[in-house]
Design a protein around this ligand. Structure first.
Ligand code: PMP
Length: 316
């Protein structure tokens, strides 16, 4: 795919990717003062439909990130949902897709701050397949980099500059032969992956760090908690998780919009459980895959159809 041919949304209008430029001194680029989302779209060939997943949840979170950064978003959640559908349709996306909406401080002067800098908003949508190989479990390593603390830069916001923390951990992990990192919080509790939330199964109960543990409150995390409770009848407990619990866990998996739900085979070279995909992770992987492609009517509210909405509008 040639990026230059894409239609993007920037500065309040649709434009060619190559024509949408950012100035060199832009605050968001120099100081990391931006926030973003990663939204997935899943192609359903039978329905000839691109289902956009949990759009409103993503845009509500973008609004929270913007609030943390003293930004006024130029659009409401409802407007952003409509714009996303429009952008995907204009690009005629007919495969799995990834949408990257982002807002950034657009001033072009020197002086790090949040106040008194104008905000710009843009959105790019691209075809996107898999983030990880779905056929095998992940080898993860506990990172020597700790997760940023809420008192330093809040992980609750999906803030551009804080992804240096994720990038340090991810590259360290990959350079050490792992697929992904798990970061601990400054206090030493299990926090999250570079771009994923962490789940653990012990004696049939599903655990995940609660929102006070310096995690990003993941949209996929919420969906998985719902599926685990509603479809599998599991107890789901949100609480701090110790590092040593990763070693004794029966199952571990991570969740994220890009990653989906991915089971973990080993942590720091130690197999998790018997080193194979566990029954709870397996069941949730299958349920999630069905739900996101429109195969579970009870979760239809998670999905925004790209083409159906437009076909209906054209017919009326
Ligand atoms: N944690 C971090 C640091 C992330 O970047 C992501 C990806 N957005 C997640 C967790 C998972 O969040 P979500 O399920 O909303 O994509």
């Amino acid at each position: 795919m040639h990026l230059g041919d894409l239609t993007v949304y920037a500065d309040g209008r649709f434009a060619r990717y190559d024509d949408a430029k950012v100035g060199l001194l832009t605050h968001g680029l120099q100081y990391g003062t931006g926030c973003f989302e990663g939204v997935r779209g899943f192609w359903n060939a039978r329905d000839e439909e691109l289902y956009l997943l949990q759009l409103a949840d993503h845009y509500d979170r973008l609004a929270q990130s913007a609030r943390i950064l003293l930004m006024d978003l130029p659009h409401t959640t409802a407007e952003l949902c409509d714009l996303t559908v429009e952008l995907c349709a204009r690009n005629n996306l007919r495969s799995d897709a990834y949408v990257r909406p982002f807002a950034y401080k657009a001033g072009e002067d020197i002086g790090v701050r949040l106040h008194g800098v104008p905000t710009a908003f843009a959105m790019v949508a691209i075809p996107f397949e898999r983030y990880f190989d779905a056929q095998r479990g992940l080898k993860v390593g506990v990172s020597s980099w700790r997760r940023i603390d809420d008192t330093m830069a809040p992980a609750r916001g999906k803030i551009t500059g804080t992804y240096v923390n994720s990038a340090l951990a991810k590259s360290e992990a990959v350079m050490n032969g792992f697929d992904e990192a798990i970061m601990l919080s400054a206090e030493g509790h299990v926090c999250e992956g570079s771009a994923e939330n962490v789940f653990m199964v012990r004696r049939g109960v599903l655990y995940t760090p609660d929102p006070s543990q310096n995690i990003l409150e993941g949209v996929t995390r919420r969906a998985i908690i719902t599926l685990a409770k509603n479809e599998l009848g599991l107890d789901v407990v949100e609480r701090p998780i110790d590092r040593s619990e990763l070693v004794v866990a029966d199952e571990l998996f991570i969740t994220g919009s890009a990653a989906g739900i991915q089971w973990i085979e080993s942590v720091d070279y130690r197999p998790v459980g018997n080193g194979e995909r566990g029954p709870i992770a397996g069941a949730l992987i299958e349920l999630y895959d069905r739900a996101i492609r429109g195969g579970m009517p009870q979760y239809a509210s998670w999905l925004t159809p790209t083409y159906g909405v437009r076909r209906a509008a054209a017919a009326s």
